[in-house]
Write a protein that binds this ligand. Structure first.
Ligand code: 5CA
Length: 439
């Protein structure tokens, strides 16, 4: 991509309304624009990151055996009346009436909608297990939307729903999602700690929140300091027994504050960490809560109808954009992990119009494109200082800076955004270096 042809409305001033780093940096880097409270447009740079995150989530869901569908944002009130949640959900639910006076709502979650799909089509236990997921916008009329897309009113969620014959099989489904969440977040450079959690309006009696540590997080968390040294998972065979993995991860103490009881905490005071965190995922097992209320039964092996056991599994896809920035930034800007970076490498032409700079930058751009390193070429006629500051702000993993002085020696400067280290090398070596370190 050539920056001269791109839309990157970078802000020089720090927006006053932004209280935390991720919100500030997303606005300054031209990733999002507020439409109304808690509702945002995603501009090209932000949309790229959102899509990269969604792709990782999708790949890991598919790997764990979940099947992608797409349910609507608008749902009929009837199915929520059947489950009993239409009244329970209260003011957080955005209720809409259509031209025929039918009650509709903008879905805050999709348990009812997916249960309706299931009961229409599935009759026998032989069709189980089944796990259906989608990545779709949700609306919750939060009392206090804040921190940009972190606590929005409209936000993008991956929500999966599992259907099983009994509690044991549902536990297997739960474990698959538990393990796939650890893998998903690790691929984004995050250490997410699963913590026992309350189930709130989703219901059920087993639930884990996945929380990343950040000073600006909304949740208070308590955990054994061993968590900080825990290795994440290697390759997983989802058909194997995952209980030992889950046991390993749940045996180290970790609780969100509503579940932490200081009087009964098994961890010695010196080993207990108390920090703040951001909830980026939440999984639930709620048995037959929705299937019983909505008549989602299958015939069991003995020919008798049984309501299916269900779980639901959410990931805050749009929240993750902010969460990753909270976990990875400095005072100059964002530092994207390679897996979710909007572009792989910046090529900064410090002096457009200079024949040597133009031809070197152009050749680098072509080679990086051919090597599929997804370059962003800054070919704008701007002050060098402003260009370099903008590149630090948008935080691509690598910058290759092409300037007249270096070129006299046949060299460009390669900068690694995370470490800040720079080297002066030939353009050819620069491409090879970025290629090698990205592989
Ligand atoms: N139906 C279940 C699981 S699919 C559910 O809705 N769970 S949830 O309420 O915990 O939401 C799942 C994830 O969505 C949360 O872990 C969080 O990462 C994200 N999320 C929830 N509310 C918001 C919000 N207001 N803004 C941004 N992300 C949110």
């Amino acid at each position: 991509m050539r920056l001269s042809q791109y839309f990157l409305p970078v802000l020089k001033e720090t927006p006053k309304e932004a209280q935390i780093a991720s919100h500030r940096l997303m606005l300054r880097a031209g990733m999002i624009q507020q439409s109304s409270a808690g509702i945002y447009s995603w501009l090209p740079l932000g949309k790229r990151v959102l899509d990269k995150i969604a792709t990782i989530v999708r790949e890991e869901q598919d790997r764990a055996g979940a099947l992608e569908i797409l349910m609507p944002t608008l749902q009929p009130a009837e199915i929520w009346q059947e489950s009993g949640r239409y009244d329970d959900y209260g003011a957080e639910m955005l209720r809409i009436r259509d031209r025929h006076d039918r009650d509709m709502l903008y879905g805050p979650t999709n348990e009812e909608q997916v249960t309706d799909i299931f009961r229409t089509h599935v009759r026998s236990y032989k069709s189980l297990p089944l796990n259906l997921y989608h990545i779709q916008w949700k609306f919750r009329d939060e009392v206090r939307p804040r921190f940009g897309i972190m606590r929005g009113r409209e936000f993008l969620m991956k929500d999966a729903y599992s259907f099983d014959l009994d509690a044991d099989a549902a536990r297997t489904a739960y474990n698959k999602m538990f393990v796939s969440y650890l893998k998903t977040f690790a691929r984004m450079g995050l250490t997410a700690i699963p913590m026992e959690a309350d189930t709130g309006p989703i219901g059920g009696d087993m639930s884990h929140e996945f929380i990343i540590l950040a000073e600006t997080g909304e949740s208070g968390v308590f955990f054994h300091k061993d968590w900080l040294e825990t290795d994440l998972l290697a390759d997983i065979d989802y058909d194997s027994d995952l209980q030992p993995f889950v046991d390993r991860f749940t045996s180290i103490y970790a609780r969100a504050d509503e579940k932490h009881d200081p009087a009964n905490c098994p961890v010695a005071a010196g080993d207990l960490m108390s920090m703040r965190g951001i909830e980026i995922g939440h999984i639930f097992y709620f048995g037959t809560k929705y299937s019983a209320a909505m008549g989602a039964s299958v015939t069991g092996p003995d020919g008798k109808p049984v309501p299916v056991h269900m779980g639901s599994y959410g990931i805050g896809v749009s929240r993750l954009v902010g969460g990753i920035i909270e976990a990875s930034h400095d005072d100059k800007g964002i530092i994207w992990p390679g897996s979710v970076a909007p572009f792989g490498v910046a090529v900064v032409n410090l002096k457009p119009g200079d024949a040597a700079c133009d031809s070197t930058a152009e050749a680098l751009y072509q080679q990086l494109q051919a090597a599929r390193l997804d370059p962003l070429l800054d070919d704008r006629d701007e002050r060098p200082g402003a260009k370099l500051a903008a590149m630090d702000l948008i935080g691509l993993p690598w910058q290759i800076v092409v300037g007249p002085r270096g070129l006299e020696q046949g060299q460009v400067e390669v900068k690694h955004r995370k470490s800040g280290k720079t080297v002066e090398i030939s353009p050819q070596n620069a491409v090879e270096m970025v290629q090698r370190r990205n592989g």
